[in-house]
Ligand binder design. Structure first.
Ligand SMILES: [Mg+2]
Length: 132
């Protein structure tokens, strides 16, 4: 699978390493090239160092710098402008969703209610709606 030219690259950023492992397994099995970061600091450094994923899926609530602050930096520094950006939000946080909308992210997924196979489907749905 590693030499598939159209293999999509996804960068997963979450401070919850259990979720990171779970999603990374799911996306890996579906043929994605997966990289993970357990903090926005690490994720942002990968992007600043030149890593260009097709999709960034990031948690919002994280210590030090939250996911939306990281997106602000990504936008301001014009890192990976073509990447699809998807936020993972906690259930019942209208504030997160409002902030995510303001940042003009491509989509958000409510974590608490979404199992990995649904996350995968949702990500593919968001990506195909961005393309068209
Ligand atoms: Mg978190």
């Amino acid at each position: 699978m590693a030499d598939q030219p159209n293999q999509k690259k996804i960068l997963l950023i979450d401070d919850d390493t259990f979720l990171l492992d779970m999603y990374s397994l799911k996306f890996g099995k579906a043929g994605y090239e997966v990289k993970t970061a357990d903090s926005t600091t690490v994720g942002l450094k990968m992007l600043r160092d030149g890593y260009v994923p097709d999709i960034i899926m990031a948690d919002i609530v994280m210590p030090t710098m939250d996911g939306l602050e990281m997106v602000t930096a990504v936008r301001t520094e014009k890192l990976v402008p073509q990447a699809v950006i998807i936020m993972l939000t906690n259930q019942g946080s209208p504030d997160d969703v409002a902030r995510a909308r303001k940042m003009n992210v491509d989509g958000y997924i409510v974590k608490a209610t979404t199992i990995p196979s649904e996350v995968l489907k949702e990500v593919e749905k968001i990506c195909s709606s961005k393309k068209s």
